[in-house]
Design a protein around this ligand. Structure first.
Ligand code: MN
Length: 275
């Protein structure tokens, strides 16, 4: 349920992103992903209630308390997104390159649910890049028709402050040490697939949350391989479906947009791609 929007926006036959599955044990992890989509931004995600609560931060987090970073709350992501690094193929939702920019754990400074509900979430990060106390503060919408998704990500004053923090100087994945360009140069998400399998092989209880997801993905791949024999038939069917969607989009754009995530919808919605 919590991942309905995540599921609705994506075609899992096309994207290497993990399937929408709610996790079990809450390990209070956080991840920041640098995402070069239509516009570059950083996705700030906190593990909570079996999902990753997510905000898109256009300028990225800062260790300078003077920087109040706009953070647009976006749909919850599955916890298996935690180590997603790679390429989301063109024409898919969020198409572009994703880097695991920072990982670690977070501690709420108070009751997390209460603070989230009130729109004043205070927490401490223990990451590789981000450390110390921060706050996510919900902004009252000033514009009529605003979705109310605007928050500010602010560093609190403590021993981890770095005045004039310049995020551009830190363009390295904490997972693979690669720069954004190096990740973009890779073929597909092969790197992510292999790192995920390696993590599962590690067999520590920490990685249990991965096991179900991996099993499902593997089963799906096996199924896909099996079906590739009937590939032509399936392709024809898909093509005609896409054609129908385009035709229906022409007839009733609003209805088509609401009921499908077809080609026409994606092409017309740059907003969707940036999230
Ligand atoms: Mn993003």
């Amino acid at each position: 349920m919590a991942l309905e929007e995540y599921k609705r926006k994506r075609d899992f036959r096309q994207t290497p992103e993990p399937p929408p599955q709610v996790g079990k044990a809450n390990q209070n992890r956080f991840v920041v992903q640098k995402h070069r989509a239509t516009r570059l931004h950083y996705d700030f995600r906190l593990e909570m209630d079996g999902v990753l609560k997510s905000w898109a931060v256009p300028k990225g987090p800062s260790l300078d308390p003077a920087d109040k970073r706009l953070a647009m709350q976006v749909e919850d992501h599955p916890v298996s997104y935690f180590d997603f690094e790679g390429i989301i193929p063109a024409s898919n939702y969020g198409a572009g390159t994703v880097m695991v920019w920072d990982v670690g754990t977070w501690q709420p400074l108070g009751d997390a649910h209460e603070m989230l509900r009130k729109g004043d979430l205070k927490f401490r990060l223990s990451g590789k890049k981000l450390k110390g106390e921060f706050a996510l503060v919900h902004m009252k919408s000033r514009r009529p028709g605003s979705k109310g998704t605007e928050w500010l990500l602010i560093k609190h004053r403590d021993g981890h402050v770095q005045p004039d923090y310049d995020i551009e100087q830190y363009d390295k994945s904490v997972l693979t040490k690669r720069s954004m360009c190096e990740i973009a140069g890779d073929k597909g998400s092969a790197e992510w697939e292999s790192s995920r399998k390696a993590a599962a092989r590690g067999g520590s209880s920490k990685n249990d949350w991965l096991a179900d997801t991996i099993a499902k993905v593997d089963a799906r791949k096996a199924k896909a391989a099996k079906q590739s024999g009937n590939g032509r038939k399936a392709a024809t069917k898909r093509a005609s479906t896409a054609k129908e969607q385009r035709a229906s989009a022409k007839r009733t754009p609003a209805k088509a947009a609401a009921s499908s995530r077809g080609t026409a919808v994606k092409k017309n919605s740059s907003r969707k791609k940036t999230a």
